[in-house]
Design a protein around this ligand. Structure first.
Ligand code: PMP
Length: 440
């Protein structure tokens, strides 16, 4: 693997060296698979990437989720170009595509009566928490731990790394997370106890969860977990926030809420919302809750302020509108889901045939490859799963580098996003490559 990177990726290596000089860690976003060094891509088409050295890869990174249609969708790109040609990237005033996008989002997810676009998933989560607190007049937020909800002070990884006592992020005063509580996924008893306790000290504003389980289902929740959360929230008058940054439009047009048939009070969107174009963030919910953002306008005088110079700019709003329209027209989530199923079945078959200590599982287009039966353990022992997932991370990263050397880009070797462009032929090609690595 290291020889591949040395011999075949010389220009990437040069760029990575130059980057490390002027960019902390040599990467601008944490997604970059950076072992032994990040590969620099020069073009993208359909299911494939080509790097600066001319090597071709199957793109299962999907930029971390958003490019469900593919990295460089022709239809969307042309439409976005037209909007750009007409009015440039931003006007600062109302533009027709922000209305059209909001209408599309409200149609796709019935729990959303009103929608507000923001700059990123991180911002949208911050806004959701503010809204929940403003609406309920309470301060406690319970987070299903191990999830990534963006990098705000309140939400960034707080869970201590099992076995080390270290936190995953520093530079955050304890007070900033004073009213944030983390509970392990699938532990309803602990949640109930926390809700009771909070009732004695002002009450819980919201429970926030990634509906597939933390890290897009890397630490999976059992099927009825979201339904149970809904019931608990109703019982304790707390709001339920679904962080659908990854799942929105990817699991289906109706997101994970459509899939599980559970209606959250607030939905956080990102990624697929703009199909990979910038400023991918938004929140939606009932009119009642969302009107708090308007403050003074219409029915309420309380105001939960959010801002954003570039929020819902014509480029992002049009990209969102045309991307979602194209996802609808092509049934992208269904096709990507089938590709995910085919890939998981193939991986399962390889794992069984070669008798490997791995497990593959998927939720439609979100496919996981883990070194042990994380999914089974999570039902019984969430702490063990957390420890397992953390200690095995480096193994999967090395695996990721091996996959890259065989022409497949994944998220750190353990997560794969499929998309519309992943035809049976692409998946079968990928499975051959996966097998080449897994049998080593
Ligand atoms: N929530 C979830 C579930 C995410 O996966 C992410 C990003 N990976 C975020 C929030 C933050 O989104 P962004 O990177 O756009 O700030």
């Amino acid at each position: 693997v290291l020889r591949y990177f040395d011999e075949k990726c010389r220009r990437s290596k040069q760029l990575a060296r130059a980057a490390a000089d002027v960019i902390p860690g040599g990467i601008q976003h944490n997604l970059a698979f950076n072992y032994p060094f990040p590969l620099a891509m020069s073009s993208a088409k359909g299911a494939y990437f080509t790097d600066v050295d001319g090597n071709r890869y199957i793109d299962f990174l999907k930029a971390g989720g958003p490019t469900l249609l593919d990295s460089n969708n022709e239809v969307v790109r042309q439409k976005v170009h037209q909007v750009l040609d007409n009015c440039g990237p931003v006007t600062g005033v109302l533009h027709e595509y922000e209305v059209k996008l909001a209408q599309l989002v409200c149609e796709a997810m019935p729990s959303i009566e009103m929608f507000r676009m923001l700059g990123s998933g991180t911002e949208a989560v911050m806004a959701a928490i503010r809204l929940a607190r403003a609406h309920t007049g309470r301060k406690w937020i319970i987070k299903i731990g191990g999830a990534y909800h963006g990098w705000s002070d309140q939400m960034v990884y707080g869970m201590r790394i099992p076995g080390t006592g270290r936190r995953e992020a520093v530079g955050i005063p304890r007070q900033a997370t004073a009213f944030i509580q983390e509970r392990f996924p699938n532990d309803l008893d602990a949640l109930r106890r926390t809700l009771w306790l909070n009732r004695l000290r002002g009450g819980t504003a919201a429970i926030i969860v990634e509906p597939l389980g933390p890290e897009s289902g890397t630490r999976p929740v059992y099927r009825d977990f979201n339904r149970e959360l809904r019931k608990l929230c109703d019982e304790f008058n707390a709001l339920l926030i679904f962080d659908e940054v990854v799942t929105g439009f990817r699991v289906g047009m109706g997101g994970a809420q459509g899939y599980f048939g559970v209606k959250p009070d607030i939905t956080v969107l990102g990624k697929c919302l703009t199909g990979g174009y910038p400023m991918a963030g938004g929140i939606g919910g009932s009119r009642d809750v969302m009107m708090l953002l308007a403050g003074g306008i219409g029915t309420t005088s309380k105001r939960a302020f959010v801002g954003g110079t570039l929020s819902a700019n014509p480029l992002s709003a049009a990209a969102g509108y045309f991307s979602i329209q194209e996802m609808q027209r092509t049934h992208a989530a269904v096709h990507a889901g089938r590709a995910g199923d085919r890939l998981r079945r193939g991986l399962d078959e390889i794992i069984r045939r070669l008798n490997l200590p791995y497990v593959a599982y998927n939720q439609g287009s979100i496919v996981h490859l883990q070194t042990s039966a994380v999914m089974l353990m999570s039902m019984r022992n969430p702490i063990k799963v957390m420890r397992e997932a953390t200690t095995r991370k480096h193994v999967m990263e090395e695996m990721g580098a091996a996959f890259s050397a065989h022409g497949i880009i994944t998220i750190a070797g353990s997560r794969i996003y499929t998309g519309l462009a992943d035809t049976d032929a692409v998946i079968d090609d990928a499975l051959n490559r996966f097998e080449d690595v897994l049998k080593l």
